[in-house]
Design a protein around this ligand. Structure first.
Ligand code: SAM
Ligand code: SF4
Length: 326
């Protein structure tokens, strides 16, 4: 079954956040004190998230990414993932993680049936990494990447949020990882979700990131797969990994948006930057699969055509990415 929105876009991808909590405090994602802790009863139980996942797959979703906050800090996550991996019709199960717990958990995640890992990594220098993440340990993340490959995963995809004056000097080093380690690397435009003071100084467009790479490398275009989503991919000749640029702010990839999102408290969003959410809790407590199916169809049909943020104007209310899951 194919799920299509009112504009004819195929919607085959669900991003499901399982927690707002995190063991890092990335400066671009959440305030130093972290996010206000949700009441235990407000966070969806795994059975409820499983029903959302099953309903989504029955409607035509083929790929689910588990995100957060940091998904690996939630107790029972491995068991939950193995239940998701067994959903009939789900073709692709992935996680986005900061990698801090991967050295301990990679084998369990692989055995649970997770197929792909995306690891967020914004600097290869210990001090810069610690400054961006407010104390994160780079060596643990790097050993987590190694542990993932030893466990049997393909080289994890690396997500780097590029910020001018912070880590933009490392763009070429990250591009090099596609050759030296075989990771695919996606450069993400910094999104001013927290609207920090003078946030504009960090913004660096996907176009400029690409120019900086092409000044040193000849890139070939890589065809995108069915779930590729909003990035253009390239390859440095001979590299195993690919390069992608996520131009969430400047590029307006909305025309090819293929996803919906559900937060850990059951708020469904058709667009990351839209203030519109639909509360799924009434359809989960008590569970009403038929009504949930109908409301999820409506969310897809109501997906907006696009967002209106640019690096100059920014209209939506501020939020933390950890609440939505990126
Ligand atoms: N904790 C996990 C992690 O960091 O990979 C998953 C959740 S995190 C919110 C998901 C993604 O959102 C990460 O790749 C992170 O870099 C990205 N992200 C968070 N805040 C962002 C921002 N202001 N601009 C661009 N990307 C952001
Ligand atoms: Fe945590 Fe991920 Fe946000 Fe960093 S980007 S604070 S690791 S949720």
């Amino acid at each position: 079954m194919q799920l299509t929105d009112s504009l004819g876009r195929t919607i085959n991808y669900l991003r499901l956040s399982v927690t707002d909590r995190c063991n890092m405090r990335c400066s671009y994602c959440m305030p130093a004190e972290g996010v206000t802790r949700k009441r235990h009863e407000d966070v969806l139980r795994y059975e409820e998230q499983q029903l959302i996942a099953e309903t989504a797959v029955s409607l035509g979703i083929e790929k689910i990414r588990i995100t957060g906050g940091e998904p690996l800090v939630r107790a029972g996550i491995v068991e939950f993932l193995s239940r998701l991996a067994n959903i009939d019709g789900l073709r692709h199960l992935a996680i986005t993680t900061n990698g801090l717990l991967l050295d301990k958990m990679a084998v369990d995640l692989y055995e649970a049936g997770v197929q792909r890992l995306n690891v967020s990594l914004d600097s290869l220098h210990r001090e810069t990494f610690a400054a961006i993440t407010r104390g994160g340990d780079l060596d643990r993340v790097l050993s987590g990447l190694d542990a993932a490959e030893r466990a049997g995963f393909p080289p994890p995809k690396i997500n780097m949020v590029v910020m001018r004056g912070v880590n933009d000097g490392e763009i070429l080093d990250f591009a090099e990882l596609t050759r030296s380690r075989g990771n695919s690397v996606r450069f993400i435009e910094y999104m001013p979700v927290l609207k920090e003071d003078a946030w504009q100084r960090y913004c660096i467009s996907g176009e400029e990131i690409l120019q900086r790479i092409t000044a040193h490398h000849t890139l070939e275009h890589v065809c995108k797969g069915a779930f590729a989503g909003p990035s253009c991919d390239f390859r440095i000749q001979g590299a195993q990994g690919t390069l992608g640029i996520i131009t969430a702010v400047s590029g307006h990839f909305c025309g090819e948006c293929n996803r919906i999102r559900v937060t850990s408290t059951g708020q469904a969003k058709g667009c990351l930057f839209s203030d519109e959410t639909t509360d799924l809790v009434p359809y989960l407590r008590p569970p009403d699969p038929a009504a949930l199916t109908e409301v999820m169809k409506r969310i897809v049909m109501a997906k907006p055509k696009g967002h209106h943020i640019t690096s100059n104007g920014y209209e939506h209310k501020n939020f933390t990415m950890a609440q939505i899951g990126g």
